[in-house]
Design a protein around this ligand. Structure first.
Ligand SMILES: C[S@@+](CC[C@H](N)C(=O)[O-])C[C@H]1O[C@@H](n2cnc3c(N)ncnc32)[C@H](O)[C@@H]1O
Length: 201
C-alpha cells in the first residue's frame, strides 16, 4: 500500500472517530438537553450580542448551556465581566474548560442548569430550543433579580416581550437575538400556545 493511501486512510479514520465522539457526546445527554444540542453560536452572533448589550466589569454573565464557552470568553475579553457557564455535554464542557482556563473570573460548571440557581445573573444568555423555552421562562421568572437582562439566541421566551431584537448582518446567521429586561418584559398572562409576543416599547 502506498504511503498516500495509508495517509488518506489515517486521516479519514481520525475524522470518523472525531465525528463519532461528537455525536456520542450529544446522544449521551439527550435526555437532559432534549433539542438543545451542542451547536455553538457563530462568531458574528456573539459579536452582535456583545455590541448590543454592554456590560459593566463587575456584572455577572451566566450562559445556560455554555457549549464550548465562546460567549463567556468573548464577554470577559470585551467587558471584563465575571461569567459562569453551565454545561452537561462532556465534549463541550472540556472545550469550554480549555478555552477559559486562563481567564480569571470565568467558571465553567459541569451541571444541569435546571438544578442551578441563576438568580445572581445580571445578564443571562441562552441559545437553546423552542421545546424548553417556556420552562426557561418560568425558571427565570422565579429566580432573576430586578434589572437583569436576558438574551435569547434564535428562540423567544413565551410570555415575555423583548425590548430589542438584533439580526446579525450575515445571510447565513441572521436569526433573531432577543433582549429582555426583568421584570418589565415579563407578563406570564401573555403566555399562549404561540411563543411570539409583540415587542415592549
Ligand atoms: C445550542 S448550544 C449553545 C452553546 C452556547 N451557549 C453558544 O451560544 O455557543 C446549547 C448548549 O446547551 C447545553 N445544554 C442544554 N440543556 C442543558 C442543561 N439542562 N444543562 C446544561 N447544559 C445544557 C447543550 O449541551 C449545548 O451545548
Amino acid at each position: 500500500m502506498s504511503n498516500w493511501i495509508l495517509a488518506a486512510l489515517v486521516i479519514m479514520g481520525s475524522l470518523f472517530i472525531v465525528k463519532l465522539v461528537f455525536v456520542s457526546s450529544i446522544l449521551s445527554v439527550f435526555a437532559i438537553t432534549r433539542g438543545a444540542m451542542f451547536h455553538p453560536s457563530a462568531s458574528i452572533r456573539v459579536r452582535t450580542f456583545l455590541d448590543g448589550v454592554p456590560m459593566a466589569h463587575d456584572e455577572l454573565l451566566i450562559d445556560m448551556g455554555c457549549g464550548d464557552g465562546r460567549v463567556l470568553s468573548a464577554a470577559h475579553k470585551r467587558y471584563g465581566v465575571r461569567a459562569i457557564g453551565y454545561e452537561v455535554n462532556p465534549v463541550a464542557y472540556l472545550l469550554a474548560k480549555l478555552r477559559t482556563m486562563s481567564k480569571q473570573g470565568v467558571a465553567v460548571r459541569w451541571k444541569n442548569f435546571w438544578k442551578a440557581d441563576v438568580g445572581e445573573a445580571d445578564v443571562l444568555f441562552c441559545y437553546l430550543f423552542p421545546d424548553v423555552m417556556e420552562k426557561v421562562a418560568r425558571k427565570l421568572e422565579s429566580e432573576l433579580h430586578q434589572g437583569a437582562r436576558v438574551v435569547s439566541g434564535n428562540f423567544p421566551l413565551p410570555g415575555w416581550r423583548h425590548f430589542k431584537v438584533f439580526y446579525p448582518a450575515s445571510s447565513l446567521n441572521n436569526s433573531p437575538i432577543y433582549v429582555y429586561r426583568f421584570p418589565e418584559s415579563c407578563d406570564p398572562a401573555l403566555r399562549t400556545a404561540s411563543s411570539r409576543q409583540p415587542p415592549l416599547h
